[in-house]
Design a protein around this ligand. Sequence first.
Ligand SMILES: *Cc1c(COP(=O)(O)O)cnc(C)c1O
Length: 365
Amino acid sequence: MSRPTQAIIDLEALRSNYRLATSIAPHSQSIAVVKANAYGHGAVPCAKALEPLVPAFAVASIEEAIELREAGIEKPILLLEGPFGFGEVQIASEHDFWLMIENHNHLAFIEQCEHKNLIRQPLKCWLKMDSGMHRLGFMPFEIKDVYHKLKNSSIVQDDIVVATHFATADVEGDVFVKEQIDCFNEAISDLGCLTSLCNSAGVMAWPQAHGSWNRPGFMLYGASPFDAPQDNDRDLQAVMTLQSKVTSVRDVKKGESVGYGKTWVAQRDSRIATVTVGYGDGYPRHAENGTPILVNNQRCALAGRVSMDMITVDVTDAGAVNIGDDVICWGKDLPINEVAGHSDTIGYELMTRMPLRPPRIYINS
Ligand SMILES: *Cc1c(COP(=O)(O)O)cnc(C)c1O
């Protein structure tokens, strides 16, 4: 027997969520975003599971892209933040990595490579516009000029995708999204270019913004980007189940405390189960008393501070609970967003901060 704390990764759920993204946006191609180790799920196994379905992947850095290539992934891979140096442009051309061109340095890299005759395979470029997020991208008034510069470059492929990113797509009906869409459409109006606007929230709630390409990430892992339920999010399936087991059980008397800092005090005689999962395993240290957790598939409540390797749970109302009983921190029957909501964060952070300590167990590959 080894320590029972594991992240079960359901690859069929991953594929099903990808199919959902494509069925919601049937006229768009969907690039699968697998940055940050596929949001903590394991980039290589997730990309392998998705590769037969997807036209391309997206990651944040060339290291993440190279990891996929070295593992045998052959589909194109978009570098969402573009090249971090001139040398990365050459590597991109050799490995069929697509480049997001989002600032004047990026443009200069391309011009330098053209000038020095360094590129053999023409580059596929995406061109990022800042339509209001004010984080990355060329300003709307610059877009035509930059687009034509790329278009005229002998080392850039013709089918340039102009992209933008929403600041508030997770807020249903938000007027700022509409302003960003209008700004984008106006700036590209006579370019006749390919387009890409939507992350997961855009895919799910903003059909008018579906472009030639969408860029779903979070939804592929089966969690909703929205606080409020949406029509199409009930078909998402959690890909990760973080599970563990009860390793100790004890009774505490009313008035006694549990754990570091004595932050939980029994309001009645209580039964406490200790579970071998902690912040060293990705369970958030910020999880407050009362955070839901499943013990033998029954909802129980976190009692006391999260330790590095352990948590303590109030199982007073959960019937007989014994050492070795099953615990689920999040998964199909307990959305990661719910745990995040009790931990002052979002499901995105819990996923991407998952350390390697809990082994990933891949099922339904
Ligand atoms: C991460 C990222 C996405 C995916 O966003 P989700 O909200 O996870 O779907 C899409 N586009 C860009 C530019 C990104 O950086």
